[in-house]
Design a binder for this molecule. Sequence first.
Ligand code: 3HC
Length: 309
Amino acid sequence: METNDTKFQTRIDEGEFVEPKDSMPDGYRHHLIRQMSQHAHSEVIGMQPEGNWISRAPSLRAKQILLAKIQDEGGHGLYLYSAAETLGISRSEMINQLHSGKAKYSNIFNYPALTWADIGAIGWLVDGAAIVNQISLQRTSYGPYSRAMIRICKEESFHQRQGYEIMAKMMKGTKEQQEMAQDAMNRWWWPALMMFGPHDTDSPHSSDAFKWKIKREGNDELRQKFIDKTVQQAEVIGLTIPDKELKWNEKKNIYDHGEINWNEFHQVISGNGPCNKQRMEHHIKYHEEGAWVREAAEAYKKEKSNSKI
Ligand code: 3HC
């Protein structure tokens, strides 16, 4: 006998998009709320390491580009919070989950941006990894998430290019600038690989994600795509990938690489990374400072709806 869940699965198997007003299994809804809200948190928290460099950008052009990128990231967060709200969770609930530690955000934003080369590494590697993941997510089965991804991906390529330009310029610069760029490469490479999540065999969510076509490609497949693309980009500008086991595999047509430090990954995503405390304190401080704006907006909305009665 056909149940709602089997009818839903048939729709998914036939490649249909799911829209907010459609009936959906609770598990599908909760899986998406978890992933989309954490995606949104990542976009907003990711503004912090880059924001620290606005006042120290080496030129007016660099400052303008960085300001534009950070503004984009804030907008990406808003698209994703709005898309998550279509599943029945409020913005304040999502923010409470972030502040209480119940919700995660991407591991990568718990590392410090120590030099200007870090801004290049973040744009090139972090946004580069995000692009690989988000291009795949454009085909996710939930309509509002897919449409948010299509819009976000259009801006990510600018983010990745500007980061790569910073690294390329530094590699053509003085010895100190080259060393600075290589140092940033050494610090950001492995955490960028961790962004794609644990091996699919260790992922508690991947099987549901595939069943419901939330994920179209696995964590390892996307990570490999990123590695194969980025190693060549590094070679072009003379940067060395900090992985002694990296080797082109003629047979498989991919780069074999060393094992990721999963202990570091789990330490960072459980709140024990270099900057977790600072990132959360900063977010909570400015969220609280901005309470008056939310109250004013609420009051205005209430007054507007009362005046319509
Ligand atoms: N950072 C933090 N937590 C991570 C993680 C990471 N890189 N990768 C996995 N995890 C967490 C998962 O959230 C899950 O924990 P939970 O049950 O508490 O949510 C656990 O580790 C198991 O991981 P799974 O792989 O089973 O979980 P998912 O199926 O959700 O896959 C994911 C993880 C690949 C990150 C997936 O959630 C995803 O594709 N998310 C959307 C993309 C995203 O969030 N990107 C963040 C970066 S945004 C960004 O970089 C902005 C750019 O413009 C700068």
